[in-house]
Design a binder for this molecule. Structure first.
Ligand SMILES: Nc1nc2c([nH]c(=O)n2[C@H]2C[C@H](O)[C@@H](COP(=O)(O)OP(=O)(O)OP(=O)(O)O)O2)c(=O)[nH]1
Length: 145
């Protein structure tokens, strides 16, 4: 069974995150995903995601946090996704491979036809956001007491 390691970016802007639609000529045509791609031999995952987002979206990003890797078994392929929560550091998106992109709330993302491997990634992103919210509440408590 073929196994690949793939980085993907959950790019945040305000309260929305970006998903991209795979083109008809890609594998898993027209599925929606977090943009990214295969990690090259010897390449750190954090370098891979910055390279992939530059190549696919012509966008510069800064990594805010890694999320836990998640492995999914497709019928003929095993994919381990290495997700990173990111913020854009440049303004314009130009798609070089994908058919479309959308900025959406997490609830809206769930209504799109996502690649199956991305569902657990979205769940860990929800957990991450809850933890971040908790940290901010603790900080606010410390500064107001
Ligand atoms: N980039 C990305 N790929 C994903 C996600 N979820 C998911 O199952 N995949 C799969 C789709 C592809 O099989 C693989 C990523 O490889 P890739 O983006 O380099 O795809 P590709 O079309 O170049 O691959 P290939 O089949 O042409 O070799 O991982 C995701 O959120 N982001």
């Amino acid at each position: 069974m073929k196994h690949i390691d793939v980085t993907c970016a959950i790019i945040e802007k305000d309260t929305h995150i970006l998903i991209a639609q795979r083109s008809e000529s890609m594998s898993m045509p027209l599925k929606w995903e977090f943009p990214g791609g295969k990690i090259q031999a010897g390449e750190p995952a954090s370098d891979s995601i910055i390279r992939e987002i530059r190549e696919e979206l012509c966008l510069d990003i800064r990594i805010l946090a890694p999320l836990p890797p998640s492995t999914h078994q497709y019928p003929n392929l095993q994919v381990t996704l290495h997700p990173f929560v990111c913020t854009p550091t440049s303004n314009t998106i130009t798609l070089t491979e994908h058919a479309d992109h959308q900025w959406l709330s997490v609830d809206e993302v769930l209504t799109y036809d996502l690649a199956e491997a991305d569902i657990p990634v979205l769940q860990s992103y929800r957990v991450y956001k809850q933890q971040e919210k908790g940290k901010h509440q603790i900080k606010a408590l410390i500064y107001t007491t």
